[in-house]
Design a protein around this ligand. Structure first.
Ligand code: PRP
Ligand code: URA
Length: 207
């Protein structure tokens, strides 16, 4: 299920990242903020729990996100600021890491690090800013669904339409929350207009 954000705040933040003058620090900050906007849009998928607390007026019972049942998984590297944004809101949630790198010739992604906690009974928030061919997100979802979580939602910043639709049709039970969908890929499988290489822009590394 594809949920493209209609939020003017999301549009403002994504279009600020498109600006070539946006430096690495502001790029990471923008990704953190976008993760929070998308998290708010995806929050209906998160588990709630009633909790009793003591307030200045005495005892109060209210709803909280059950952070003990949430795992936020990032696909390194470009997703790291998004994961930070999610964990700034859900401070008691667990974090998991998958590292994937696209081969520049074949555009296929290769997994080279997997540090994801037990997912039984958990809701996974999978973050990755870019969905180009959709290969990285597809492979990450295959790996995570095999581990039996209760639900998975993804938070993504920009996707190429064909890549996002490929993932959505392979995983109809996953809620894909994406800020903007761009029309196509170039011959090197970069999203156009997109952001360029999000990992390089976030961490100031040359191509
Ligand atoms: C980027 C991005 C996605 C992937 C998307 O990572 O963060 O994971 O490309 O492309 P796809 O949909 O065609 O698979 P990249 O491989 O550039 O790694 P990096 O974040 O370390 O730069
Ligand atoms: N990875 C990126 O960072 N950007 C793209 O446009 C495609 C893959």
């Amino acid at each position: 299920m594809i949920n493209e954000s209609g939020s003017p705040i999301a549009k403002h933040l994504v279009n600020s990242l498109r600006d070539a003058r946006c430096d690495a620090q502001r790029f990471r900050q923008g990704l953190r903020e976008l993760a929070k906007v998308l998290l708010a849009e995806a929050a209906m998928h998160l588990p709630l729990a009633e909790r009793k607390i003591t307030t200045w007026q005495g005892s109060f019972t209210g709803s909280f996100i059950d952070e003990s049942r949430v795992v936020c998984v990032s696909i390194l590297r470009a997703a790291l600021p998004m994961q930070e944004g999610v964990l700034e809101v859900l401070g008691e949630a667990e974090g998991g890491f998958l590292a994937m790198k696209r081969d520049e010739q074949t555009h296929e992604s290769r997994l080279y690090y997997d540090r994801v906690p037990d997912l039984k009974g958990k809701t996974v928030i999978l973050v990755d800013p870019m969905v180009a061919t959709g290969g990285s997100l597809h492979d990450a979802l295959s790996l995570l669904t095999e581990r039996g979580p209760d639900a998975i939602v993804t938070l993504n910043v920009i996707g190429a339409r064909a890549g996002v639709e490929r993932v959505a049709s392979a995983f109809p039970g996953v809620a894909i929350h994406i800020a903007q969908i761009d029309p196509h890929l170039n011959k090197d499988a970069y999203i156009v207009p997109g952001l360029g290489d999000a990992g390089d822009r976030a961490y100031n590394t040359p191509d």
